[in-house]
Design a protein around this ligand. Structure first.
Ligand code: HEM
Length: 400
C-alpha cells in the first residue's frame, strides 16, 4: 500500500474497503521511507499507550523548512499546543488545562449545547430545504466553544477565516512558503484577539473558561499567557471540525439505516449509545500520529527514532477482531462507549470528549425532533472533504 491510497477521491468517498486491506496487510504497513500505519485495534491501542512514542512537531518542522519558516509564528503557536507536547511538559500542561476544563459541569455543557441548538434550529424555515452543515452542524459547536470561552457571538465572524488559514500548518509537511506566511498572519491575528480577551478577563473576571485558565494553579504553578492563548486557539482547532463533521456523519449514517433511525426516534434513551455507535461507525477524526522517540522494537517490527506511526482510528473501529459485524450500524451495541476509539487513547485522550458527546446528543435529538420529516440528498452525490485525517462532508442538503 502507499500513501496515495489514502489520498484518492474514492478513498474520501468510502475509506472502509481500503481499511480492510490495511488491516489484512499486517500490524504495520509501510507507506513511505519513515512512515508506517496501523489499522488494527489492539496495535493502535498499544501504540497510543507506548511511552517510547510521542510528539515531535518542532523537530519535524525544523527538518522540513528553512530556519526562518520553521520558526514562523504559525509553527511556534502550534508547538505550544498540548497535543504536541511530551511528558513532563504535557503532564504539567494537561493537569492545569484539565483543572480549568473539568470545573465546567455537565449541566453547563448541556445548557450551552441546548442554547446553540435552539438558536440555529429557530433559523431554519418550518418547511423547506437547507445545507445542514452550513446552517446547523458547523455553527452549533462553534457557538458552544465561543460561549464556553465567554466570547461574544460576533467574534466568530472575526476569526473563522483565520482558523481556516492556520489549519494546514497542523500537518507540518508539504506547505508552500505562501501557505506558511498566510498561516503565520492568521496565528498573529488569533494571538492578538485572544490576548485581548485575556486582558479583558483580568480586568473583569467571569466564570468562563478563559477566566478559569487565568486563575488555575497547581502548587504555585500557573499557565503563561502564551500557553493560554495557544491552547484556546487549539480548542477551536480540536473541537470544531471534529464535532461539526461528526454531526454530519451521524445524520448520514442514521439516514442510511432507516430502521436504526426509527428505533432512535421511538426511544431517546438510546441517544448516548447511538452517538457512540455513529462515532465507531464513521468517526470525524480518522487518523492520529505518533513519532518514535527512540529506536525500538514493537510487535516484531524495528522502528528508528524519527519514524512516524499513523494510527488509523477509523480502521481500528471497524476491526472484526474487536467488534462483531463491524460494518453494521447497531445503535444499541452494549459497552460501546468504552470500546470504540473515537477520542484516541493514552495520555493524549481527548480533553473535550464529554463536551463533544453532550453537544452531539443535544444537537442530534433537537434536529430529529424539530424536523421529523427530514430527508437527506442522494448519498452518492455527497462531497467528502479531501482529507485522510478529518472525515466529513462539505455540505449536507436536507429537505423537510
Ligand atoms: C467528535 C468530536 C471530537 C473528536 C472525534 C475528537 C478526537 C480527538 C482525538 C482522537 C484526540 C487525540 C489526539 C492524539 O492522539 O494526538 C483528541 C485530543 C484532544 N481533543 Fe478532541 N475530539 C473531539 C472534540 C473535542 C472538543 C469539543 C474539544 C474541546 C473543545 C477537544 C479538545 C481536545 C484536546 C485539547 C485534545 C488534546 C489532548 C492532549 O493532547 O492531551 N476535542 N481529540
Amino acid at each position: 500500500m502507499q500513501m496515495s491510497d489514502f489520498r484518492a477521491p474514492a478513498f474520501y468517498a468510502d475509506p472502509y474497503p481500503t481499511y480492510e486491506r490495511l488491516r489484512a496487510a499486517g500490524p504495520f504497513v509501510q507507506l513511505g521511507e519513515k512512515v508506517w500505519m496501523t489499522g488494527r485495534y489492539e496495535v493502535a491501542e498499544a501504540v497510543l499507550r507506548e511511552r517510547r512514542c510521542g510528539k515531535f512537531f518542532l523537530e519535524l518542522v525544523e527538518a522540513e523548512y528553512p530556519r526562518e519558516q520553521a520558526h514562523s509564528s504559525a509553527f511556534a503557536a502550534i508547538a505550544r499546543m498540548i497535543v504536541n507536547k511530551n511528558p513532563p511538559h504535557h503532564t504539567r500542561l494537561r493537569a492545569l488545562l484539565m483543572k480549568a476544563f473539568n470545573a465546567t459541569q455537565v449541566e453547563e455543557f448541556t445548557r450551552l449545547a441546548r442554547d446553540a441548538t435552539d438558536q440555529f434550529l429557530a433559523g431554519l424555515p418550518p418547511a423547506g430545504s437547507a445545507d445542514l452543515m452550513r446552517k446547523f452542524a458547523i455553527p452549533v459547536p462553534f457557538s458552544v466553544i465561543l460561549n464556553l470561552l465567554g466570547m461574544r457571538p460576533g467574534d466568530s465572524l472575526r476569526f473563522a477565516d483565520d482558523l481556516r488559514a492556520l489549519g494546514p500548518a497542523f500537518e507540518a509537511f508539504g506547505l508552500t512558503a505562501q501557505q506558511i506566511a498566510a498561516a503565520s498572519t492568521a496565528a498573529d491575528t488569533l494571538s492578538y484577539i485572544f490576548s485581548g480577551e485575556l486582558r479583558k478577563r483580568r480586568q473583569k473576571p467571569g466564570t468562563d473558561l478563559i477566566s478559569r485558565l487565568l486563575s488555575v494553579e497547581i502548587e504555585g504553578d500557573r499557565l503563561t499567557d502564551e500557553e493560554i492563548v495557544a491552547n484556546c486557539i487549539f480548542l477551536f482547532a480540536a473541537g470544531q471540525d471534529t464535532t461539526a463533521g461528526m454531526l454530519g456523519n451521524a445524520l448520514i449514517a442514521l439516514h442510511r439505516h432507516p430502521q436504526e433511525l426509527a428505533r432512535l426516534k421511538a426511544d431517546e434513551s438510546l441517544l448516548p449509545r447511538a452517538v457512540a455507535e455513529c462515532q465507531r461507525y464513521d468517526n470525524s477524526l480518522q487518523v492520529t500520529a505518533r513519532m518514535v522517540l527512540e529506536d525500538m522494537e514493537f510487535d516484531s517490527h524495528r522502528f528508528a527514532r524519527g519514524d512516524t506511526l499513523l494510527i488509523s482510528v477509523g480502521a481500528a473501529n471497524r476491526d472484526p477482531a474487536k467488534f462483531e459485524q463491524p460494518d453494521r450500524l447497531i445503535i444499541d451495541r452494549t459497552d460501546q462507549d468504552s470500546r470504540m476509539m473515537a477520542f484516541g487513547g493514552g495520555i493524549h485522550y481527548c480533553i473535550g470528549a464529554r463536551l463533544a458527546q453532550i453537544n452531539l446528543q443535544v444537537a442530534l435529538s433537537g434536529l430529529l425532533r424539530t424536523l421529523p420529516g427530514l430527508r437527506l440528498g442522494d448519498p452518492a452525490k455527497l462531497r467528502w472533504r479531501p482529507s485522510y485525517i478529518i472525515r466529513g462532508v462539505e455540505s449536507l442538503p436536507g429537505t423537510w
